[in-house]
Design a protein around this ligand. Structure first.
Ligand code: NIG
Ligand code: FE
Length: 439
């Protein structure tokens, strides 16, 4: 068999093979599908064979060979929850928080999300793209090959569209693949103070229909331009809609209205649930069959169990309590014990978690939530891919999946969690191309 690339002799090749494009749940999250002395062959950007080095070297002729002796080879990280497009920073708020102010107090006083909204509204599209690109470069260097990217620092129709345009422009010329999420329901903008219902009307009656129309136009223009158009290449303006269901943000009823409208327009659903107060967002996610429910720090046990039994992925964001200096984390052990499919993400944003590194999140998850290294890796790859609707093509090293592959300068996968604070990623391949690091 001919191939463009053969990576061979890995001390451990983590395939994360799962049968039938499903996330791994419960006890299955401990299974990394390790091939010792493993190899992977790539053709046309896709994986064509995975197995022991001896077998692949005997049967594959590759134009390029990479020797991974003594290294770990694994799928690229998928970061399924980020707010990566913003302008400005909130270093002064961080200092206030260290001195004792809480996140919710700062938000109630007009800081928090709204202060980033002011800076983001003032920035031009070019400015936003220029401020965001270095974040993508650093994420890629730390092994993230696919990331979800939310809007939510615009909060007017035009500013939210500017954020979606920034995501589209970045996605066009950066190797890191972006999955756009519309999050107009991130905060009630200050100009709607005391009239949250009017802002919800704006989201449901104007913002969502405009975005759905853009998605539709992307679909038909792609079709006309290219007779061989593959639906898998469809790049909508927004694939998901997310809501911050929280005290001081959107109530369960408002969240239900927004998410129900989004679902009717063909968007997948996500929700920020139970980050600070247990409002009932997790129950809502299960009822609406959301793709993911995220945060889950103070979710009541019965709702956590119901989530674990549902198809909705639970996304833990340990960078957020860490970034806020809080003690409570997502009860991940209980969720996994109940058979849930857990994913991990950075929540990259300027307020609560300026973290661009999935290796750090893996290390933190093992300490703060007592995940095993294997569970944390499954949560940061395969299950994370399912949390952004890309489980069919990303998150594992299996035949026909896209060749998003990392070589780690580590002798054993457990070192990914054991060591922390540095960057263990030596080389990053996106669809079979070397896009960061060196071999
Ligand atoms: O996930 N909770 C809402 N959104 C972010 C924080 C955004 C911000 O503070 O700018 C989060 O924690
Ligand atoms: Fe978030």
């Amino acid at each position: 068999m001919d191939a463009d690339l053969l990576i061979h002799s890995a001390a451990q090749l983590l395939t994360l093979a799962a049968h039938g494009h499903k996330p791994k749940r419960g006890a299955a999250m401990s299974d990394l599908g390790i091939v010792p002395d493993g190899a992977v062959a790539v053709r046309g950007g896709r994986i064509v064979r995975v197995g022991p080095t001896a077998e692949l070297r005997a049967s594959v002729r590759a134009t390029r060979e990479v020797d991974a002796t003594g290294k770990v080879v694994m799928p690229g990280f998928v970061d399924p929850h980020t707010h990566l497009v913003w302008a400005g920073d909130r270093a002064h708020e961080f200092e206030q928080r260290v001195a004792g102010a809480t996140y919710m107090e700062i938000m109630a006083a007009g800081g928090g999300i709204m202060s980033t909204v002011r800076a983001t509204r003032a920035a031009s599209l070019q400015d936003l793209v220029a401020q965001t690109r270095p974040r993508l470069d650093r994420m890629l260097a730390h092994g993230t090959t696919t990331a979800e990217a939310k809007t939510g620092y615009g909060l007017t129709l035009d500013d939210e569209l500017k954020l979606l345009d920034a995501i589209t422009l970045l996605a066009e010329d950066h190797p890191l693949e972006l999955v756009p999420t519309f999050m107009g329901a991130h905060a009630i903008p200050e100009e709607y103070g005391g009239r949250p219902g009017a802002y919800v009307d704006l989201i449901v009656e104007e913002m969502l229909p405009t975005i759905a129309h853009l998605n539709y136009r992307v679909a038909i223009t792609s079709d006309e331009d290219d007779a061989d158009y593959d639906y898998a290449d469809y790049r909508p303006a927004a694939r998901f809609c997310d809501v911050f269901c929280e005290e001081g943000a959107f109530s369960v009823e408002q969240s239900r209205r927004i998410l129900t409208a989004a679902k009717k327009l063909g968007l997948g659903l996500k929700i920020h649930a139970d980050e600070f107060a247990p409002l009932g967002g997790t129950q809502l996610a299960v009822a609406l069959r959301a793709t993911s429910a995220d945060h889950l720090v103070c979710t009541p046990p019965d709702q956590l169990q119901a989530l674990a039994r549902s198809k909705t992925i639970g996304v833990a964001l340990p960078g957020t309590p860490f970034g806020l200096g809080q003690k409570e984390y997502t009860p991940a052990r209980e969720f996994i014990a109940a058979g849930g499919a857990l994913a991990l993400a950075t929540d990259l944003n300027p307020g609560t978690s300026w973290c661009e590194s999935m290796p750090f999140i893996v290390a933190l998850a093992c300490r703060a939530m007592r995940l095993t290294p294997a569970e944390a890796i499954v949560a940061a790859t395969l299950n994370a891919a399912h949390a952004v609707g890309l489980g069919h093509k990303a998150g594992s090293l299996e035949r026909n999946k896209e060749a998003d592959i990392l070589i780690l300068d580590l002798p054993d996968y457990r070192h990914l969690a054991y060591q922390f604070g540095g960057n263990p990623v030596q080389a990053v391949f996106k669809r079979g191309e070397l896009v960061a690091g060196k071999v």
